[in-house]
Design a binder for this molecule. Structure first.
Ligand code: 5AD
Ligand code: SF4
Length: 443
């Protein structure tokens, strides 16, 4: 039997998918290699969200040529969004790739691996599905610390934001049977896990209608409730939510369970109503701010994080200032900040112009980053003196004498270890901070 080495790039969904791939291949008799030099197959799970994500994969493929010179038997396969976007064209452009498999075709991987080797052919499998959720596959926890794990609960997206390639690479939305989700979370808890993160491209539009006659629909708040009920010692997180689907019902469920973490990632993308409309986001800044106010009403201690794009098509200086304004109003605890990158096939590529010069995009992005850095630092300073329940995750990267963990708000806290152990819940009083990290002591 052969050894497979899996390398993963991109979002949490990709990391969760790689664990499904590992499971499917192990079932077929392959082993997952931890050393790339030992591998018969190298699988690269890829991201296509921005051009630089794709360039990084292409660079990695060039680096792997040397290894292929040494081990002529090794075959390279591309999985994930870049495989779906480029399909067999990718094997023409990148000669050292033997197969491409899209996100809904992972069940065919064992067959493809055999064919590629035995028949010495190239293969592409990129059919998208409206039903595949891999609900029956128990993921092999590849990069896990044994404390927190991802559970993929829905796949795909059909929001068609004008800039976004995801609807084309991941197909239509579909939700996984809630019973299989609760079972997976319970099994993780019984194995000693203390935290699960429910994942979906658009997690809060989760909706599953049972097919057994007596029609019951499980929506995202109901699912969260069911997972949170497994045990008060199991923390529950989720990502990513779309502002248009952020219901009061979800906020009520979050507020009523201490073990549902008080942290919401709510991508804003822009502070300008004209940009939001052009982006096809289905909300305006007033709606977004109303959702922020609702979060604060139900959970005054909830942290809020976001995604934002600088320099989308035709964005004016004034519209960029509106983005800075909304950052000042919301005061995010963390933000993922990007320059707009035009993606083929999207609405933007077909109908809009990528007309903001690169240097100008960079300037706008840097302004957002600088403002956000200042806000995050101020937010963290407000935490000094407070005591939080922290789930210990492991040793601090800086010092063996220190451990780190996260509070419910998902903020990293570093503290002197004393006799605390990873996997424990402890209480830590915050004594100091940077923009990125809290420092504290066990109380
Ligand atoms: N250019 C820049 N950023 C993008 N994102 C999605 N598509 C693009 C693009 N074409 C960002 C959005 C999204 C996050 C996952 O990536 O902010 O929320
Ligand atoms: Fe992309 Fe918009 Fe779907 Fe998010 S909601 S994956 S940004 S299309």
């Amino acid at each position: 039997m052969s050894a497979v080495y899996i390398e993963t790039y991109g979002c949490q969904m990709n990391f969760a998918d790689s664990e499904i791939v590992a499971s499917l291949l192990q079932k077929a008799g392959h082993t997952v290699a931890s050393d790339i030099e030992q591998a018969d197959y190298i699988l690269i799970n890829t991201c296509a969200i921005r051009d630089n994500a794709e360039q990084r994969i292409r660079k990695r493929l060039r680096e792997l040529r040397a290894l292929q010179q040494r081990h002529r038997q090794v075959r390279i396969g591309i999985l994930g969004c870049m495989a779906e976007r480029l399909q067999s064209q990718l094997m023409v452009e990148e000669e050292n790739v033997s197969f491409v498999v899209g996100p809904d075709s992972y069940r065919s991987l064992p067959l493809i691996l055999d064919r590629v080797r035995q028949e010495n052919v190239k293969a592409a499998e990129t059919q998208l599905s409206t039903t595949e959720t891999y609900a029956d596959i128990e993921p092999v926890r590849l990069s896990s610390n044994g404390i927190s794990a991802y559970i993929s609960i829905m796949r795909g997206c059909q929001n068609y934001c004008a800039y976004c390639v995801v609807p084309y690479t991941r197909g239509r939305e579909r939700s996984r049977d809630p019973q299989t989700i609760v079972d997976e979370a319970r099994s993780l808890f019984n194995q000693g896990y203390k935290e699960v993160t429910l994942l979906g491209q658009n997690v809060n539009s989760y909706r599953f209608a049972s097919l057994d006659g007596n029609e019951v629909t499980v929506d995202f708040p109901e699912l969260m409730h069911r997972v949170a009920e497994i045990s008060p010692l199991l923390r529950v997180r989720f990502a990513t939510s779309h502002p248009k689907d952020l219901s009061d019902k979800l906020l009520q469920v979050m507020a009523s369970h201490d073990n549902i973490c008080k942290c919401i990632h709510l991508p804003v993308q822009s502070g300008s109503d004209r940009m939001l409309k052009l982006m096809n986001r289905h909300y305006d800044s007033a709606w977004y701010l109303d959702r922020i106010a609702a979060i604060r009403r139900y959970m005054p201690d909830c942290s809020i994080t976001t995604d934002v794009i600088a320099g989308f098509c035709s964005e004016t200086e004034e519209e960029h200032q509106m983005t800075l304004d909304i950052f000042r109003k919301v005061r995010y605890d963390y933000a993922y900040m990007f320059k707009f990158s035009m993606r083929p096939d999207t609405y933007a590529a077909k109908h809009l112009h990528d007309d903001i010069p690169e240097a100008e995009k960079t300037r706008r992005l840097e302004e957002i980053i600088a403002l956000q850095g200042q806000i995050a630092l101020e937010n963290n300073r407000n935490e000094i003196g407070k005591t939080f329940e922290v789930l210990v995750e492991g040793e601090s990267h800086r010092s063996k004498q220190q451990l780190f963990g996260r509070n419910s708000q998902n903020k990293v806290i570093v503290f002197d270890r004393q006799d605390a152990q990873p996997g424990q819940y402890i209480h830590v009083k915050v004594t100091d901070c940077t923009a990125a990290t809290l420092k504290g002591e066990i109380v």
